[in-house]
Design a protein around this ligand. Structure first.
Ligand SMILES: *Cc1c(COP(=O)(O)O)cnc(C)c1O
Length: 367
């Protein structure tokens, strides 16, 4: 710490991202990235990019990307037999959904209006609260690690929930989210749908009825663009315009030219999106069965990861043993989850190797 650091950050503990080791090559199943490359249309578009254009700023409205997002969500409504609804005024894009979340906390919370989050969830929420001086209300989980909807009753703070939840992969139904939204319309409900494309139902259509709902999405997980840093939010025009104000007060050109192109093509290629997410779902379901066969207890995750634990071996112990063998999974420091490892769903080949290495570890430890 330098002697210049502001006093208000003396006790700040920043988010610790999963390891991105560069020393050797691992089968990397620790940060919920996709094992697949982005849509081939992304590579095509980027290779046609003229690097000379980088002398000019990117489009601060990221219009092309916003239009592709609007089209994707309207297509979804049309497929359900409903009318198109979304316009560009319902969308804000950002440098990863992390940036969008930071804007949300900043715009709608302060020392009088805190944020309520489930006790187990995405690690960035408490950090945004502490860096921005926002009181955090932590709502305990149900016995089986689910988000306790009833636990939010009577809470006056805004609410942020990852759904499916980070760490556990467990999810709330649309009607549960509706309960949170309608119980008190003067609190915002932010639903972080980073993992929704792997089998859960989105609440994006509820934006038509609820002006206290913000849906946050990322292209990092189901669209293979973690390194592109692209996220967005959908909400009423009024909420989006508040968030735009944050963006223009902080970093107007938050998306660079390359990310705008990559994101646009990834949103447009619905066929590739469907095909890759279906494969992840299939491999995930298979992995639940295989690990259960090995005696693991596995959460019924609807995300692109699973949480698994086995009597006789702690999370950290298994994580270290697998790391030694060249497979990286995530050990979670949260006390409630310290028996588990979190395993990102990889390709069939990666998962086969994981099972093999787990069997080796269990054998070595006589389990
Ligand atoms: C991965 C993740 C994010 C961050 O996404 P980026 O767009 O890569 O910043 C946000 N929320 C949850 C719950 C996540 O799992």
């Amino acid at each position: 710490m330098s002697r210049f650091l502001s006093e208000r950050f003396f006790s700040l503990s920043p988010y610790v991202p999963g390891e991105q080791p560069q020393d050797r090559s691992y089968v990397k199943l620790n940060t919920n990235e996709s094992p697949f490359p982005p849509s081939p249309r992304v590579a095509e578009r980027l290779s046609a990019f003229e690097a000379e254009k980088l002398n000019l700023y990117s489009d601060p409205t990221a219009k092309e990307l916003a239009d592709a997002i609007v089209e994707f969500f309207n297509n979804d409504l049309v497929r359900r037999g409903e009318k198109k609804f979304f316009t560009r005024e319902n969308v804000i894009t950002g440098n990863g959904s992390d940036e969008i979340l930071a804007f949300i906390f900043q715009a709608f919370c302060d020392h009088n209006k805190g944020m309520a989050c489930p006790e187990v969830g995405y690690g960035c929420y408490p950090v945004y609260c502490s860096v921005q001086g926002i009181p955090l209300v932590s709502v305990p989980m149900t016995e089986d690690l689910g988000v306790d909807v009833a636990g939010f009753e009577g809470i006056k703070e805004n609410i942020t929930i990852a759904n499916p939840n980070a760490q556990t992969g467990l999810y709330l139904s649309v009607s549960d989210i509706k309960t949170l939204l309608s119980e008190n319309r003067s609190r915002l409900v932010v639903v972080d749908e980073a993992y929704v494309d792997f089998g859960a139902e989105s609440v994006a259509p509820l934006i038509r009825e609820f002006d206290n709902l913000i849906v946050v999405r990322t292209l990092s997980k189901s669209r293979q663009l973690a390194g592109g840093r692209i996220g967005f939010a959908l909400a009423s025009q009024e909420l989006i315009s508040d968030l735009e104000m944050m963006k223009y007060s902080f970093n107007p050109y938050n998306l660079n030219r390359l990310s705008i192109l990559a994101g646009t093509e990834a949103m447009r290629d619905e066929e590739y999106f469907d095909c890759t997410r279906k494969q992840i779902i299939e491999i995930r379901e298979e992995s639940k069965a295989i690990l259960a066969d090995m005696g693991f207890c596995v959460t019924d995750s609807l995300a692109n990861f699973i949480l698994a634990k086995k009597v006789g071996i702690g999370g950290k112990e298994l994580y270290l043993a697998l790391k030694e063998k060249g497979v990286l999974v995530r050990f979670l420091s949260d006390k409630k989850l310290s028996d588990y490892v979190r395993i990102t769903i990889g390709s069939k080949e990666q998962m086969t190797l994981l099972y093999q290495k787990i069997r080796e570890v269990l054998k070595e430890k006589n389990l």
